[in-house]
Design a protein around this ligand. Structure first.
Ligand SMILES: *Cc1c(COP(=O)(O)O)cnc(C)c1O
Length: 359
C-alpha cells in the first residue's frame, strides 16, 4: 500500500540517536546527574497536586511557569525580563518549530552555520521552509564576512546561530549576533541550549537593541531535566504574541508546568552539577591529548574528538566496550570526528578506559 504522504517526506528517516539503556550513555548531551531525593519528593508533591485538577485544561498561557522562567533568566543574564517576553513549550525543539511555523513556511528561507544542530534543517523541512547551510571555517568558528554575504544573498526569513554550537562546542562572540541582526530583515534565533556551561555573556543582553532577536533555551541540558520536556525563549513581547498564533491550545500539560516550576525552585541545586560536568569534560580533553587525539575547544558539556580514518569503526569499538558516543561524521564538515558528552566521574572513566583500548 502506498500512503498519500507528502512527497518531500518520502524516503526520509526519523531523526534520533540510538537509545541503549544498558550502555554508558554519552551520546545526547544529557546531564548525567539524576534529580536528588529531595527534588524527587517535591516533584511528587507538585505533580500530585496538579493531578487533583486534571479534569480541567491547564493554564493555556502558562503564566506562573513563564514568570519563574523570566525570573531565572533575568537573574542569570542580568537583563530584566517581563513575563510577556518569555515563551515556553515542550522542549526547545517545539519552541523552534513554532518559530518556523510563524516566521518560516512555504516560499520562505531559513539559514544556519554548519556543522550545527541538525534539527534546525529538519524543523525547516517539516514546516516547508527552504534551508541554506553556510559553512563554518575549518576551526568551526563563524566566518563573519561569509555570514553577512550569505544573508545579503539569500535574504533569509529566519537565521539560526547556535552558541555554544552543537556538535562542535564553539562559541560565537556577541558582535557576530549584533552584525547578523543589523544585516537581516528576518528574525535571528540564537540557540543557547548550552549557555549555562559557558562563561560568556548571553545574547539576552542584546534583546533590548534588537526587536527581531530571539534567544532559545532549554531545561534539557544544564538543568538536568531532559525527560520533563521544557524549552523556552526570550524575545520581544511582539514576537511572543506571534508565537501564540501557531501554538496548539493547552500545549503545555499541567503536569509539565508543575514539574518545571518545581525544578526551577531547585535551580541552585541543579546548576551545581555544571562545575562537576565541566571538570569531567576537561578530564576528557587532557586524556585525549595524552592518547594523541585532537579535540575541538568547547564551551559546552560535550566535545568533538578525533581524527579517525574510520569513525564508524571507532564508534562501534567503543560501544563493544559498553560506551555509547555520537557518530555525526557523515554530516557536513564533520569527517573524522566523534562527539562525546561528559558523564559522572565513573562514566567518564569508563569512556576514557575504552578510548585508551581502541586508539
Ligand atoms: C539539545 C539541544 C536542544 C534541546 O532540545 P530540547 O527539545 O529542549 O530537549 C536545542 N538546541 C540544541 C542546539 C541542542 O543541542
Amino acid at each position: 500500500m502506498t500512503l498519500p504522504v507528502r512527497r518531500d517526506l518520502v524516503g526520509k528517516s526519523p531523526y534520533g540517536a540510538p537509545q541503549l539503556p544498558d550502555a554508558v550513555q554519552l551520546n545526547v548531551n544529557e546531564n548525567p546527574f539524576p534529580p536528588s531525593a529531595g527534588l524527587v519528593a517535591d516533584l511528587q508533591r507538585a505533580v500530585g497536586e496538579a493531578a487533583a485538577t486534571l479534569n480541567r485544561y491547564p493554564d493555556r498561557e502558562a503564566v506562573a511557569l513563564r514568570t519563574d522562567l523570566a525570573e531565572y533568566l533575568s537573574k542569570q543574564t542580568g537583563v530584566p525580563l517581563a513575563v510577556e517576553r518569555v515563551w515556553a513549550a515542550n522542549g526547545s525543539n517545539e519552541v523552534l518549530q513554532q518559530v518556523l511555523q510563524a516566521f518560516g513556511g512555504p516560499g520562505r528561507t531559513a539559514l544556519g552555520f554548519e556543522p550545527s544542530y541538525s534539527m534546525h534543517p529538519v524543523l525547516a523541512a517539516g514546516t516547508s521552509t527552504a534551508w541554506t547551510g553556510v559553512p563554518r571555517r575549518a576551526d568551526f568558528t563563524v566566518d563573519v564576512e561569509l555570514a553577512l554575504q550569505a544573508v545579503e544573498q539569500h535574504r533569509p526569513d529566519v537565521v539560526f546561530l547556535t552558541t555554544p554550537n552543537n556538535p562542535t562546542g564553539t562559541s560565537t562572540p556577541l558582535e557576530v549576533v549584533d552584525a547578523l541582526c543589523a544585516a537581516t530583515s528576518g528574525v535571528v534565533v540564537v540557540d543557547e541550549a548550552y549557555a549555562e556551561f559557558s562563561d560568556r555573556p548571553s545574547a539576552v543582553t542584546l534583546l533590548d537593541q534588537h526587536p527581531r532577536l530571539l534567544v532559545s533555551r532549554t531545561m534539557s541540558k544544564a538543568f538536568a531535566m531532559a525527560g520533563a520536556r521544557l524549552g523556552y525563549l526570550a524575545a520581544s513581547a511582539e514576537v511572543v504574541d506571534v508565537l501564540r498564533l501557531v501554538r496548539l491550545p493547552y500545549h503545555l500539560s499541567a503536569l509539565t508546568q508543575a514539574a518545571a516550576r518545581t525544578a526551577l525552585a531547585h535551580t541552585d541545586e541543579l546548576l551545581a552539577t555544571v562545575e562537576e560536568v565541566k571538570r569531567q569534560r576537561d578530564r576528557i580533553v587532557s586524556r585525549a591529548a595524552e592518547l594523541g587525539l585532537m579535540t575541538v575547544p568547547t564551551d559546552a558539556n560535550f566535545l568533538l574528538f578525533g581524527l579517525f580514518d574510520h569513525p564508524g569503526a571507532t564508534w562501534k569499538a567503543l560501544l563493544d566496550r559498553g560506551v555509547l558516543v555520537r557518530d555525526l561524521s557523515i554530516g557536513p564538515g564533520l569527517a573524522g570526528w566523534l562527539r562525546v558528552n561528559a558523564g559522572t566521574e565513573d562514566e567518564t572513566s569508563a569512556f576514557l578506559s575504552a578510548l585508551a583500548e581502541v586508539v
